[in-house]
Structure formats: C-alpha cells, structure tokens
Design a protein around this ligand. Structure first.
Ligand code: ADP
Ligand code: MG
Length: 458
C-alpha cells in the first residue's frame, strides 16, 4: 500500500526532468542537423550556379572572338560542356530550328535588357537541370539577345538528397541519444533527492531523529549536497532538543521526588493532628508550607525552563536601566537585611527583549547574591553604557571546582545545599540570556565573593 502510494508522487519529477533533458538535447540535435543540411545544399547549388555563370562568360568570350557561330549547343546529352542557346528579343528573328531550352516571355525581357539575368530549375529529357538566362553582352550593337546556359543538376540533386538522408539519420540518432541521456541525467541527478526523500520518510515513520542522510564521499558542494547537509544539521538539532527535553523531564521527576516525599510525610503527620502536641503541629504545618512553596517554585522554574525561544511578537525595546532599578527595589523589599547599591552609567540604549523574562533573569542574580551574602552584606550592581550588567556580593563566592557547573540544571554546590533553592535559577538565567543573544558568566570577585556578568551584544 505504501509503495503504491509513493509512486505517483516520485514519478512526475523524474519524468519531467527526463523529458526536459531529452527535449533540450533533441532540439539541439535537430537544429544542428537542419543547419548542416541547409549549408550543404546551399554550397552544392551555389557551385552549380557558379559553373553556369562561368559557362555563360565563356560563351560570350567565344562569341566575341569567333562571331555568332556558336549559336546552338549540344543539348542531347546535356552533360558538360553545357547546353547553350542564344535567343533574340524579337521573336520574329528566331532561328528555323525549335529551341532546345524553354523560352519564356522572361527570356525575351532579358534579351531586351528589360530585366536582369536569372537562374531557373528546368527538366530536359526527363533530367533535372539548372539554367542561367543572361543578356548577351558580346552581341553587336542593336542585336539584342539573351544567352541561355543549362547544366544537368542530377548529381547536385542526388548530393542534396544524400546529405538530407544523412542528416536525418544523424538527427534521429541524436534524438535517441537525447532520450537515453535524459533518462540517465534524471536518474543520477535525482539520486540524492531520492535518498533524501527516503530518509525523510523513514524519520516520519519511525520518529527517529538519530537518522542522517548519507552524504556522498568527497566534499562535492552542489545544491543537493548542501540541502542534505542542512537537513542533517536540522536533524542534529532536533535530536539534541529531544534529548534535552527528555533529560529535563528525567531530572525534574528525580528532583521532585525528594520534596514530594517530605510533603507527603508532613501531610500524613498532620492527618493525625489529634495525636500531636500544639508545637509539633505548628512545626509540621510550617514545614508543609515551606515545602509547598519550594515545590511550587521548582515547578514554576521548570515551566520557565521548558519554554522555547521568545515568541517574536513579545519582543520590544527594553530600557535596561529602568528594568534593573525596578528589580533592585524589589530585592531590597525582599531582603531587608542586605544592602543593595546600584551604579548606572548614562547613555544606555535599549535592547530588544521580553521585559518579564529579563526581569526574571536579573532577579535571579540578585536573589542569589542576597541569599549567599552574610547578614548586613553589600550587593553591588553596575550597569555600564556598553550594555554590561555585573552583580557582585561579598559572600563565600563560588569554589573553582564548582564554577564550570553552576549554570547546569539542578546543580548546587555542596556549600549551598543547606539554603533553600532548586538549582534551576542560573540554568534559567543563562537560557534567558542566550535567547536574547547575551552572555552570562560567573567569576570569583577580587577580594572574595561572587561576580556575575551579563553582557549584551554591542
Ligand atoms: N552569589 C553566589 N555566591 C555563591 N554561590 C552561588 C551564587 N550564586 C549561585 N551560586 C552557586 O550556584 C548554584 C546554582 O545556583 P542557582 O541555579 O541559582 O540555584 P539555587 O539558587 O536554587 O541554589 C548555587 O547552588 C550555588 O552553589
Ligand atoms: Mg538561585
């Protein structure tokens, strides 16, 4: 059923290509044959006409030298030398014998100098012949005559016919060759497309993004290879994204297990509240609330993290100065024990972005800084005109061995495990930064503490 359904879809392109190639090559073969034929025919006929002109000139010469005794030629066999006759303009002066070559009013006109000489195709004694009628210039003044010269044209006709047959055979062979070539070209030319189609169909059927199109060995850079290459790149990205999503789901369910177990324990504990003392009940309720908050935060972070690129319509010019000021004020409210300082360089331009997401990024950095600050510590925030935001705290800083991993999902340095958090904040922050084309890096601040640097492209 599938193979049956595939045919009508694949056939037209190949057939169309084969037909187009055949038509093009056949047209060239026919054109070249036709041109060659006309040239050969023209040359052969031209030769004959030249020959006739020569004969006529010769005749005039003889007439001039020897007088008008060569009035009639030998026309019986009509072979070389030419058959000739002289025709006066006035029919009254015609000789007694009948003319051997056809005499028409046009002949008389040429004799009377009323018209230029001309060539005609005639038939004499069943043979094709060519005749030149031209004024007799050698005749004495007043004797207005035309001279007619005829030559047999059999050989020329045969030659033309032979050339015609030969060229027709060449053209036919050309068309056959064209058909074969067209088929071959369509076949080899479309082979990569066939491969591409087959791979695409297999992927659609198996949903296996790990499949790739085989590229021909040796880097041939044609459009199809490039197409296959970009198709493979696309597949690679798809595979990566699928793997990333799977990893996220696996990590998330793993990370959710511990807080959910704790939640359940506390919930079960509270379901037997009648057997607990007042303080035990309060403690369990407080723990339950805290754990619920944590799970809610975790789930929110996960949702945020699983989001794709920014949808284009939400993009707007964001003024970073205002956004950071707002975030710092919110952090001051949230962390009253920590001091925040903000230094802003004037002349800042806007960046294209989604304000809510950028605010989330900045808040994450500020929350981390405050969370790891000692009581009464200072968090310093700088925003430079070069579109660089740095957040620096005076906490324990990040150990060099943790530095490469702090942006990984669920990664928390062992020193941080005692503090609330999920380890998703920085992963999300970096994802938001990347979606905005910005870079987010962490480093050890000179003199202790951590320093995060968010840099937008200039
Ligand atoms: N300002 C900071 N000072 C020291 N360590 C930090 C700081 N910010 C982040 N880290 C380290 O990076 C880890 C990941 O941070 P984050 O993704 O925000 O997770 P969370 O805040 O939930 O622990 C933290 O657990 C901590 O080990
Ligand atoms: Mg955090």
């Amino acid at each position: 059923m599938r193979a049956h359904a595939r045919w009508p879809r694949r056939r037209p392109l190949r057939t169309r290509l084969a037909l187009a190639c055949t038509a093009a090559v056949a047209l060239v073969a026919l054109g070249v044959s036709a041109a060659a034929f006309s040239i050969v025919r023209y040359e052969l006929e031209h030769q004959l006409d030249l020959h006739l002109t020569q004969q006529a000139t010769l005749l005039q010469q003889q007439y001039r030298d020897q007088g008008p005794q060569v009035v009639y030629g030998e026309c019986n066999y009509l072979a070389a030398p030419a058959c000739t006759q002289i025709v006066p303009a006035d029919p009254g002066k015609d000789p007694a014998q009948p003319y051997l070559l056809p005499v028409t009013p046009a002949t008389r006109q040429v004799a009377a100098r009323q018209r230029a000489g001309y060539f005609t195709d005639i038939v004499i004694g069943g043979h094709p012949a060519r005749m030149l009628t031209t004024p007799m210039t050698a005749a004495p003044a007043g004797a207005r005559q035309a001279v007619q010269v005829a030559l047999r044209a059999d050989t020329v006709r045969e030659g033309v016919q032979q050339a015609g047959e030969l060229m027709a055979a060449v053209a036919a062979a050309g068309v056959l060759l064209a058909a074969a070539l067209g088929y071959a070209v369509a076949r080899t030319g479309l082979a990569p497309v066939t491969r591409l189609t087959r791979t695409a169909e297999r992927i659609a059927a198996t949903r296996d993004a790990g499949l790739r199109i085989e590229l021909p060995p040796g880097r041939r850079e044609d459009e199809l290879t490039r197409l296959a290459g970009s198709f493979n790149t696309m597949l690679g990205e798809l595979e990566q994204s699928v793997a990333a999503q799977r990893r996220l789901v696996a990590d998330a369910s793993h990370e959710l297990r511990t807080p959910l177990t704790a939640l359940r324990t506390n919930a079960e504990l509270l379901s037997r509240a009648d057997r607990l003392t007042e303080s035990q009940r309060d403690r369990a309720a407080a723990a339950l609330r805290r754990q619920l908050r944590e799970v809610t935060g975790l789930v929110n972070d996960l949702i945020e993290l699983a989001r794709d690129e920014e949808p284009q319509p939400l993009l707007e010019q964001v003024r970073l100065g205002a956004l950071v000021t707002h975030c710092v004020e919110a952090a001051r409210d949230h962390w009253p024990a920590v001091g925040f300082t903000l230094e802003e360089q004037a002349g800042e331009r806007g960046v294209p972005g989604v304000p809510a997401r950028l605010a989330r990024l900045v808040s994450n950095l500020l929350d981390n800084a405050a969370k790891f600050s000692p009581p009464g510590g200072q968090v310093e925030v700088w925003l430079t005109a070069g579109l660089e935001l740095t957040v620096r705290d005076h906490g324990p800083g990040i150990a060099p061995e943790d530095l490469p991993y702090v942006f990984d999902r669920f990664y928390r340095a062992s020193a941080a495990r005692a503090l609330p958090g999920s380890g998703l904040g920085l992963a999300m922050a970096r994802q938001i930064a990347r979606a905005h084309g910005a870079s987010l890096t962490a480093e050890a601040a000179p003199g202790g503490g951590a320093l995060f640097r968010l840099r937008f492209p200039g």
